[in-house]
Design a protein around this ligand. Structure first.
Ligand code: FE2
Ligand code: FE2
Length: 468
């Protein structure tokens, strides 16, 4: 088989024999990992998938039936800009870095490894979900997300092998050795060790946790380290679909619950086989808070150093901002001091994790407003909410303190007393799992979720998205 068939790419892999050999050696290990940890029970089925065959507008979204192990995992970077420059920080305007700047080698490797680790982790978290899919349409979307996360792993491994020498090679191997949720060799970030064993979890995960990825990738897509920037730019085009799956998936669950409530005013949604709003709300509280942690500490000298070096910018740094130094600006945020919340002023550069988190929060609020409109459209009087960004945090300024969902500081005992009101209980999880029965007849859908507004790529909902 030709190299391009085995490892489709637009990085002239055939001209770099060392890199080619390294990736060809990694490929069979990757496939072993995929067969062991990828979607269980569907590896031999034909799935109607989108494959990137090039980065051109007509090439990056090619739809056809594919068996997942035969998916063309490739390495695609957005084409290089002529005369690319560092877009922000102390070196703003200098030529972009084509190699890793020496003094940032370790932190940059850490960033790439941390991002890379999330890609296989999510595939592992979701590997059993196919067995309880609510429809063939949803099954196909799950697999689309899974194969693209696999391709994102390839994109990051390309960077590790291509730019980080021997350390990079070891890191690439380790990415296939860690396992989501395994106490002996866990994935790096906690959100990626949480079980994702029902479809409400899956939709919340792709809504809230994948969305963190969008903001991290966007910040890196303008990195002065050009190979990283170009890799992230192309990943973002695929990531948009994952966020669509999450946002519309949650929206369809919410809509269905509202419909069931409207049709049977006096009945409990549970007795009708729907997911009640209080359970949905607790799932939101859980995934949203874990996803907020992914942005890192509110006050961070690493964030400042990365910005100064031109390695990680703000969301839409070039488009949204005219001033790219932010040396003088300050940022005010509430912190806990002597048992109470006070305002602290810090240099803006040290608050960039929090600035990025703020962009994310606004995006989540936008989606929330849309879901609440679905409820109102059905004539049901209920509003879903997002908790305060201080609620249930394990990273940053608020970790180790206790807050209610409105963000008020409370005692640990009170938090524990009210935990079941705010976070999913084992009974909630059991109930949601009890609804998860596979529906695999084309055009049919489970009772707890509404059908999508349209199918994929012009195909109707009834289309046979997966041939079982
Ligand atoms: Fe990804
Ligand atoms: Fe994703």
């Amino acid at each position: 088989m030709e190299l391009y068939e085995r490892i489709p790419n637009n990085v002239n892999l055939s001209e770099d024999k060392r890199l080619q050999r390294a990736l060809e050696k990694w490929l069979p290990d990757y496939l072993d990992w995929w067969r062991e940890m990828g979607p269980e029970g569907f590896q031999e089925k034909d799935v109607w998938l989108r494959t990137a065959v090039s980065v051109e507008p007509e090439g990056w979204a090619h739809f056809d039936y594919v068996r997942m192990p035969d998916y063309r995992w490739g390495i695609f970077l957005k084409p290089a800009e002529r005369d690319a420059r560092v877009g922000f920080g102390d070196n703003c305007g200098a030529p972009a870095y084509q190699e890793v700047p020496g003094e940032f080698r370790n932190p940059l490797r850490r960033i790439v490894v941390t991002q890379a680790d999330t890609e296989p982790a999510s595939v592992e978290q979701q590997r059993l979900l196919g067995q309880t899919c609510p429809s063939l349409y949803d099954l196909r979307n799950l697999f689309q997300v899974n194969v693209e996360e696999g391709r994102h792993l390839w994109a990051m491994v390309y960077l590790l092998h291509g730019y980080f020498g021997r350390d990079g090679r070891d890191e690439a191997d380790a990415l296939l050795e860690r396992r989501s949720g395994n106490p002996d060799k866990p994935r790096i970030l906690e959100a990626f060790n949480q079980p994702c064993d029902d479809w409400l979890n899956f939709f919340c995960f792709t809504m809230f946790t994948d969305r963190d990825g969008k903001y991290q990738l966007s910040a890196l897509a303008e990195s002065g380290f050009e190979p990283l920037a170009r890799t992230c730019q192309f990943m973002l085009t695929e990531e948009a679909h994952h966020l669509f799956v999450g946002e519309t998936g949650v929206g369809r669950v919410v809509r269905r619950t509202a419909q069931l409530m409207k049709e049977n005013r006096n009945e409990d949604v549970r007795s009708l086989g729907g997911i009640p709003f209080d359970i949905i709300q607790r799932y939101f509280n859980y995934w949203y808070s874990y996803s907020l942690d992914l942005f890192g500490g509110e006050i961070s000298s690493n964030a400042a150093d990365f910005f100064a070096a031109g390695l990680k910018g703000r969301y839409q740094e070039r488009k949204k901002y005219t001033e790219h130094l932010i040396k003088e600006d300050a940022f005010t945020l509430p912190v806990v001091e002597d048992g109470r919340l006070i305002e602290r002023v810090v240099p803006m550069r040290n608050a960039l994790n929090e600035v990025l988190r703020g962009e994310y929060v606004r995006d989540c609020v936008r989606a929330l407003e849309r879901w609440n409109k679905y409820i109102a459209d059905e004539g049901v009087d209920h509003q879903l909410t997002l908790p305060s960004t201080r609620f249930h945090r394990h990273v940053g300024e608020y970790a180790g303190h206790f807050f209610d969902v409105d963000g008020s500081l409370i005692a640990e005992e009170e938090f524990e007393r009210r935990r079941d009101e705010w976070l999913p209980t084992s009974a909630d999880r059991e109930y949601v799992r009890s609804l998860m029965h596979p529906v695999t007849e084309p055009g049919k859908i489970a009772n707890w979720i509404a059908p999508p507004a349209t199918g994929i790529k012009g195909k109707p909902f009834e289309f046979e998205y997966v041939r079982l």
